[in-house]
Write a protein that binds this ligand. Sequence first.
Ligand code: AGP
Length: 607
Amino acid sequence: MCGIVGYTGNKRASGILLGGLKQLEYRGYDSAGIAVMDQNKITVVKASGRLENLCRRTNDGDSVPGGAGIGHTRWATHGAPTEENAHPHLSNDGRFAIVHNGIIENYLSLREELIAEGYHFESETDTEVIVHLIDMYYDGDMRSALAKAASRLEGSYALGVICTEEPDKIYAAKEASPLIVGAGIGENFFASDVTALVSHTRNVIYLEDGEFAELSPDSIRITDCFGKVIDKKVSRISWDVQAAEKGGYEHFMLKEIMEQPAAVSAAISPRIKDGRIVFDELSITAEELKHIHKIVITACGSAYYAGCAGKYAIEQLCRIPVTMELASELRYSDPLIDDHTLLIVISQSGETADTIAALKECKARGARTLAVVNVVGSAIANLADDCVYTWAGPEIAVATTKGYTTQVSVLYMLGVYFGELLGKVGDQYDYLVDELLLLPRRVQETIDMNPGIEALAEKYHNSKALFFIGRNTDYATALEGALKMKEISYLHAEAYAAGELKHGTIALIEEHQPVIALCCNPLIMEKTLSNIVEVKARGAEVLALTFRSNDKIVSSADDLLFIPKTTALFSAVTEVVPLQLLAYYVAKANGCDIDKPKNLAKSVTVE
Ligand code: AGP
C-alpha cells in the first residue's frame, strides 16, 4: 500500500522518481504523483489510475525539470482515488510538498485546529494536515519543523518532504511504516522498499521509528526527534536488479512460482550443517523453551495459512499446544498470553499493520516473540525478540507464492529444531532432516509432473464456484489454494475441512460443481476418499491432488494433479504448488490482471 520515493542529485529527479514508483507499483495503488523542485519552485503533477497516466502527463518526466523531488503511489483510504486526493500535497503558499504512507488517526482534530488557524484544505486526505503543520512550525529550520509536526501525529507514517527554502534537500521521517535511505555517489534516495533503489545503489540504511533523515546530493544525516545525530549502519543489498524483474516470464507470479525450488533451498539448505539444523540467529535456549506452555501463531492472509500448515508439524514434533490466531482478531481479543507463551508471527513484507499490532499486544503481555519474515530490516523483523528470515528474495506479485512456501519451510525447520531441543524428536531426527533437504527437489518435481494444468484451467475457468476440500494437513493447504484462486481469478473459491461437508456445505453440491480434493496425507486418505465418493454421488466433478501411486484416489477422480511422495508432516510445500499454478492459469484464462489484482495491495499497512 502506498509507495514513496525521494531523490536528490545531479540527474533529472522526475525520471528517477517515476522509475522508482514503477518498481513500487506491486505494493498496490490507485493514483500517483510527483513533486520536483527547480530553482526554489515546486512543480506537482498527479494522475489518478495507473502510473502510465502520470508518465504521459509529464512526458516521462521530461516536462518536469529539477534535481530534487518526491513521488508517491496512493492506495486510497481517506477520500476517493481522485487527483485532488493523490499525493504530493502542497502547503497553501506552495513552499512545502509532502508524501505520506500510513494513517493519521487524529487527523480530524488536527484539521479543525488548522482550519481555525486559517489553513484551507484541498483534499479529503488525512495526509494534508501534515503539510500544514510543517508550515505552521517552520521558522527557518526544516528538520525541527518536521520533528514538531511529527510529534503531533498519532498513527503511522513514512513521510517525504521538500521545501523551497532548501532547494537540494529532501527530508524523511518514519513511525510504523517502512522507509529506507539509499546512499549513492553525488546522489541520495529514500523509498518505501529496496526494490525502488536497487537499480541505483545497493547501499541502504534502514530507518527506525522516530528517526529523521536529511539528504542532500553529498550527505546523509539521520537524527532523532531532538536533532541528535544517530550513527547508522549502511547495509549492502545482496540481490541484484534482475531479481526484481520478470526475467522472460509473462507475469511475476509465474516467475515466483518457478523460483520456488531455489527459494525453498535458500530457506532450508544453509541452516543444515553436518546433518544438524542450526539457527544462528535464534537466541531462545532449550531452558527457555521448557518454560513455554503454549505456542500461538499469528499472521494475516496467506501468512496465516502458512502458520496453519506449520502448526501440525510444530505441535507433532514439540508436543506443545499450538493455536492459530488471525492477527486482526488477536489484537482485540484480550488474549490469554503471558511469559509462558511463545508467539510466532509470520509476514512476508514484515509491515502488515494488523500483524504488527498483534505482535506489540502480545509482547506487552510478556510473550516471547519470534518473527518469520522475508523483507530484511522490516518493522516486524525489528520488533520481535528473534527473527528468522525466509530468504525468498523480492516477491513482487501481490499473490504470494514463494513467500508462502518459504514460510512453511521455516516453520517445519523450527518444529524439528525445537522438538529436538525439547528431547521430543528422538530417532526420527535424521529422517526429518533428510526430508527437509529433499523439499527443494520435490518442489521442482511437482512443477515437472503437472504439465497439463493450463489445459485443466480451460475446463474450470468458467465455473461459478470452486470448492477445495481436505483433512488435517491437506485442509491447511486447501485454505491457501482457495485464497490463491479467489484473489487472482476473482472466482468464488472456498476451502472446507472435508469432514465438515455433511454438516452443511454438501447442500451446495450440484451437477458439475468442481471440487478440488487434496489427498496427500496417508493417515486420513480413506476418509477423504469417502468424501470424494459423497460429492461425486451428487454430481460433482472431482479434481484430486495426490501421489501417482495412490490407485484408489486416481481411479475415483475426474481429473488429477500430482505431488511426489513425501512425509505428510512436510507436504504443504509441494502440495500448494499445483494449486498456485491452477489459480494462475484460471486467472489467465479469465483475462485478469494477475500481478496486480483489483482492490488488493502487496503490503497491507492499514487496519
Ligand atoms: C497473499 O497472496 C495475500 N496477498 C495476502 O493474504 C498476504 O499474505 C497477507 O496480506 C499477509 O501479508 P504479509 O505476509 O506481508 O504479512
